[in-house]
Design a protein around this ligand. Structure first.
Ligand code: IVH
Length: 664
């Protein structure tokens, strides 16, 4: 590819990916699959690297850059104020009266928006390009977290439509509850600490030093304010929100322009009931005078504007009593303590159990059996215990003692020094077997229709299945005797089990349930290694070289393949006919046909795996040791003994640049 061709392709890819992002996030109507999206992004990343054609607003920058050591401080020329709060209708009427008094008339309207419960951020755009992303800090100065902000897909890196050279946007970064719950469950499952609620998770994430990690967390953003330096004082909040939408931001889709405070009251009453149906948390309604010229007259106090107020909803909490603490065993043996509660009504459902996360959390909150506790729904699928409501008589049970045996199989629990969770290490522990199988059959993994919790439960307790290969040995006759299983559903289930053999390598890899290997990591591994054998033999170091994989994942993959039981299982699955190879990437050219290359040293632009892939895609072969059969040595910096040997044998030594020439 010539530089011009590369430039064109890069432009094309950036456009495609930006459009895909918009379709996914702004219109909620994906135009391409995740797999296709990842493939294009990967192509773009490698072209940008190969031809050194970078741009700060490229979609590749959404997945982070290099870690920075600490955040520089930025001043906020227009302070980031907070809002005054009210908790009842009378106070809201007081606000309305104050505004009318100060203005001397009532010829204005209110804009009512949802109050998003996340973290305020401030974005600067110069000539339509994102140039700064900052936290609120103390209101007058905050942290420059631009690298992290760039990873939020709702934040346009380049604005659409018409815009002035300098423009500032303010809004709320947050997490949707379902995504938050998934993230927290994964964290708990892998023994990491959990976040108390989506707001803490957002704030904690945006302050991380590594944007690559930030990029993997489900952060979203709503814009609520636009600052333009001109003397147009005739704008309204309504117009600004519409403009923000045209520029490419998401704004509150439930905003309503109200002619008076009566309408505002109605909206609040409506959202008090409906907010539980929203995919994100809202803790109130923000009421703003719509006309900017009146805002100027109303002004502000040191902390908050006089032209706006936040009406806060009652927190969705309830008080109950802990009647017991039970332990749940997860897929990887992680033990999660759960509070068994006296049933209580909370946000429309009856709550009987609440997660206590881990032993540390129980001790930190000093939760004991018999305690009255506050329970809250904070984006968790099951609610959590916020804290103890101490009784006047001061009478309490004994502090909680964590059992040291698995409640399901009796094996001794262990806790690694760097982890918070206790773990059952018995691989055959029934709840672990069951959840491994559930994971294996799940939609994102092998997608086995009809193999749900209830069926798995019976298969495991009847001793029919304990490993993945066992599934493929089942016959319809084995299944028919199970509860609620007719002949037809038995046949269907067998058919869908058999059909799962066609799943591609990345899904199989994900289905195996290797600790820390989620769907994205599985995809990256399947791309970097041609098959399971290469992966099983990969050293921690070469695993570490794969995009998105750090030492923690590398270590976990290594130890999975060091376990003889796992190797045996893989051997059996291979015999059964599962796909343990990436589909052939296909030849791009035959320019290197029949040529054998040996790689040595660090190449300036290509990683070892990438160079190997390029060699193979062009018909060549990459081998590891230098011999008379070697045609070329592709050498980078700090090349070692292979170079000496090549010199002795008179094998041509080429640079990365020469290599690109060969395959151009
Ligand atoms: S307008 C002068 N609109 O609430 C402040 N704020 O307590 C103008 N917030 O830090 C803020 N949703 O992060 C505004 N629709 C909304 C909001 C909103 C959430 C946050 C904001 C601010 C905090 C104030």
């Amino acid at each position: 590819m010539s530089t011009t061709e590369a430039r064109n392709r890069i432009g094309e890819l950036r456009k495609l990916l930006d459009e895909a992002n918009d379709a996914y996030y702004q219109e909620a109507a994906p135009v391409m699959s995740d797999r296709e999206y990842d493939r294009l992004l990967e192509e773009l990343r490698s072209l940008e690297e190969q031809y050194q054609l970078y741009s700060p607003d490229s979609p590749t920058h959404r997945v982070g850059g290099r870690p920075t050591k600490e955040f520089p401080t930025v001043a906020h020329p227009v302070p980031m104020l907070s809002l005054s709060n009210t908790y009842n209708s009378d106070e809201l009427d007081d606000f309305d009266r104050r505004v009318k008094n100060l203005l001397g008339h009532s010829n204005f309207s209110y804009m009512a928006e949802l109050k998003f419960d996340g973290m305020a951020i401030r974005l600067l755009y110069k000539k339509g390009k994102l140039s700064l992303g900052a936290t609120r800090g103390d209101g007058t100065q905050g942290d420059d977290i631009t690298a992290n902000i760039r990873t939020i897909r709702d934040v346009p890196l380049t604005l659409s439509g018409d815009y002035p050279d300098n423009l500032e946007v303010r809004g709320e970064a947050y997490m949707e509850m379902a995504a938050f719950a998934r993230m927290n469950n994964n964290r708990a499952e892998s023994g990491e600490s959990v976040f108390a609620n989506p707001r803490n998770a957002t704030a904690g994430t945006l302050k991380l030093q590594d944007p690559v990690v930030v990029a993997r967390r489900p952060i979203r953003m709503f814009a609520y304010d636009l600052l333009i330096e001109d003397d147009n004082r005739e704008r309204t909040q309504q117009q600004k929100l519409d403009m923000l939408e045209e520029l490419g931001f998401r704004v509150c889709e439930h905003r309503i322009l109200c002619s008076g405070i009566k309408e505002v009251h109605e909206i609040i009453t409506k959202w008090e009931l409906l907010r539980k149906d929203l995919p994100y948390e809202t803790d109130g309604v923000v009421v703003k005078v719509n006309e900017e010229r009146y805002r100027d007259i109303l002004g502000q106090t040191a902390k908050a504007p006089r032209w706006a107020i936040a009406y806060k909803f009652e927190a969705e909490q309830a008080v109950s009593r802990i009647i017991g603490i039970t332990l749940q065993v997860g897929r990887l043996g992680t033990i999660t303590p759960v509070a068994e509660l006296e049933p209580v009504q909370l946000a429309g459902t009856t709550v009987k159990r609440a997660t206590l996360h881990n032993e540390e959390e129980i001790h930190r909150k000093d939760i004991r059996i018999g305690d009255q506790v506050t329970v809250e729904k904070a984006g968790e699928i099951i609610p959590q215990v916020v804290g103890v409501v101490l009784q006047e008589d001061g009478h309490r049970g004994d502090p909680f003692k964590m059992p040291h045996d698995c409640p399901a199989c009796g094996a001794a629990l262990v806790k690694l020094p760097e982890e918070v969770a206790w773990r059952c290490t018995n691989n055959q522990c029934p709840p672990q077997v069951r959840s491994r199988l559930e994971h294996y059959a799940s939609r994102d993994a092998m997608d086995i229709d009809g193999l749900g919790e209830a069926v798995i439960d019976q298969l495991v307790s009847n001793g029919l299945v304990s490993t993945f290969p066992d599934l493929y040995r089942l016959s319809a006759d084995d299944l028919v005797p199970l509860e609620r299983m007719g002949e037809k559903s038995a046949n269907n289930l067998i058919a869908s089990i058999q059909k799962s053999k066609e799943k591609p390598f990345d899904k199989v890899l994900f289905a195996l349930g290797i600790r820390f290997v989620g769907i994205t990591v599985a995809r990256d591994l399947a791309r970097a290694f041609p098959g399971i054998d290469a992966l099983a033999e990969a050293s921690e170091q070469s695993l570490n070289e794969v995009h998105s994989i750090g030492p923690r994942i590398a270590g976990s993959v290594r130890s999975f393949f060091e376990n003889p039981d796992n190797l045996k299982m893989i051997r059996q699955l291979k015999e059964i006919g599962l796909r343990f190879h990436s589909e052939e990437p296909g030849l791009v050219s035959e320019k290197l046909a029949g040529k054998a290359f040996v790689l040595t040293g660090t190449l300036p632009g290509l990683k070892r795996n990438e160079a190997k892939e390029l060699i193979e895609q062009n018909g060549g072969k990459a081998t590891s040791s230098v011999s008379k059969k070697t045609d070329y040595i592709l050498a980078g910096e700090e090349a070692g003994s292979k170079l000496d040997k090549a010199r002795q044998l008179g094998i041509p030594i080429i640079t990365e640049e020469d290599f690109f020439e060969m395959i151009k």
